[in-house]
Design a protein around this ligand. Structure first.
Ligand code: ZN
Length: 143
């Protein structure tokens, strides 16, 4: 099932950990509606770069989130965040260009130079940009 033209529900809820350990990662209707809001912004990221995104993590149930060591208050728990890369574009460049755009992201985080975390909010988006590396915690801005 497609949530938006280029993003399928399946890719937003697939978890290797969940599959391997038999953990349930089925979204509730409320989470599905949050995923729709998220995918609408991801569609705009796709347009910004003119390239497909590879989503490595979207919605995480509490058990899946705990298992992957996600933050207790992670927006992934609500279906409001995705980790992704843009095919052929350096992750730092993705963060730089999205942060300069007028896209309505809540938080945009360069994580371990390996992927980009983007969250959305039904309330006014904060447009907060952060960087995290091994051992640094969250640093302000693009570091
Ligand atoms: Zn994330």
């Amino acid at each position: 099932m497609l949530i938006t033209p280029h993003f399928a529900l399946e890719e937003m809820i697939t978890s290797q950990v969940a599959a391997r350990e038999g953990l349930d990662n089925t979204p509730t209707p409320e989470i599905l509606s949050n995923l729709r809001l998220l995918c609408q912004v991801l569609e705009q990221v796709r347009v910004l770069f003119g390239r497909p995104l590879i989503v490595s993590s979207g919605y995480r149930s509490a058990r899946v989130n705990a298992r992957v060591g996600g933050a207790r208050d992670s927006q992934h728990l609500k279906g409001l965040a995705a980790d992704f890369t843009v095919i052929g574009i350096d992750n730092r460049e993705v963060v730089r260009q999205v942060s300069k755009s007028d896209l309505a992201f809540d938080q945009l985080i360069l994580e371990f130079d390996s992927w980009v975390h983007l969250s959305v909010s039904a309330a006014a988006p904060r447009r907060e940009v952060l960087t995290i590396r091994k051992g640094t915690g969250y640093l302000p801005g693009l570091q």
